[in-house]
Ligand binder design. Structure first.
Ligand code: GLV
Length: 308
């Protein structure tokens, strides 16, 4: 029985060190030193090519090295192979940091001051209290809930939208497509933390932007595929939306001549909102692996029909 790590090379050494120190009984290999492929029963991967997955005849579990699994070609993964999402404190904290930073930067007009700085304009803007703004999160999974919990400490009005019902203290929760407009109508800052599925592809579109209040801002930390880029630019250029912060784009990397880079009210980061941290992720993956080896099952298993 062997485990193969085939994901971000810079972090491979940290994973290997953790397994060497904490699970010397487990044959933990890192790509490209895969050894005999029929010995591999567990694969840790971000986007292993379909042909490679097909070359692992005894694969039992595919651990995504990231929170999302949309980059995995599910049709290439045999039905009996279970797929596990990465749910670990490092990813959660990273996302909480990034979204909190973004919400506060929008709330406190930091991008306006950055724009004023080159001309030396001393132009104080009003400072509205956090309690006068509604921050809405689409996608109330582990990440969405952690973000809302942190934002609650600042006193924002909080709202959430999810496919299935959720009950979160202090958050006006909405569930299902029929509640979307009601949710959007109150969001001054909208955060997309949805998984990318057939149902959510392109959900950040002209119709959705029109349902937001005039002057709202959008933060996309889901996937590039959630966003209709032309619709976003049109909503910004018409003045309906104030600003957008996008950490994920389609395609990635975003081409250097893409209009997002030069648009004065779009702020782009290169898919860095959050990253799996080996120090916190490897222990969780090891516990999950041991549980599976004992026959006790796995946590954070993907429901293939749902797509996350
Ligand atoms: C990053 O986007 C992830 O899915 O972890």
């Amino acid at each position: 029985m062997s485990v193969l790590y085939r994901s971000g090379a810079p972090r491979a050494a940290a994973w290997a060190r953790f397994f060497k120190d904490n699970a010397p009984d487990i044959d933990f290999r890192t790509w490209p030193d895969a050894g005999e492929l029929e010995e591999i029963e567990y694969l840790v991967s971000w986007a292993a090519p379909a042909a490679f997955i097909a070359s692992l005849p005894n694969l039992k579990v595919l651990f995504s090295s990231g929170a999302g699994i949309d980059h995995i070609d599910l049709s290439a993964v045999p039905d009996h192979v279970q797929i596990v999402r990465m749910v670990e404190p490092g990813i959660i904290n990273g996302m909480v940091e990034y979204v909190t930073l973004s919400v506060l930067a929008l709330h406190r007009d930091f991008f306006d001051y950055v724009a004023m700085q080159p001309s030396g304009a001393w132009n104080p803007l009003e400072v509205p209290p956090a309690s006068s703004r509604t921050v809405g999160v689409m996608g109330l999974g582990v990440l969405g809930q952690a973000v809302l919990q942190r934002l609650s400490t600042f006193g924002f009005r909080l709202s959430g939208w999810n496919r299935s019902p959720r009950n979160i203290a202090g958050v006006a929760c909405h569930a299902g497509a029929h509640t979307l407009d009601q949710f959007l109508g109150r969001c001054d800052i909208l955060i997309c933390l949805l998984p990318l599925t057939d149902a959510t592809k392109g959900i950040l579109n002209a119709r959705l932007f029109a349902a937001l209040p005039r002057g709202a801002s959008v933060i996309n930390v889901g996937r590039g595929g959630h966003l209709d880029q032309a619709a976003l630019l049109a909503a910004l250029d018409s003045g309906h939306l104030s600003r957008a912060i996008v950490d994920v784009t389609d395609p990635e990397p975003l081409p250097p001549d893409h209009r997002f880079w030069t648009h004065p009210r779009v702020f782009v980061t290169p898919h860095v909102a959050s990253m799996t941290q080996p120090d916190t992720a490897a222990p969780i993956m090891l516990a999950n692996l041991r549980s599976h080896m004992r026959g006790d099952g796995l946590r954070d298993v993907v429901d293939r029909k749902r797509g996350y």
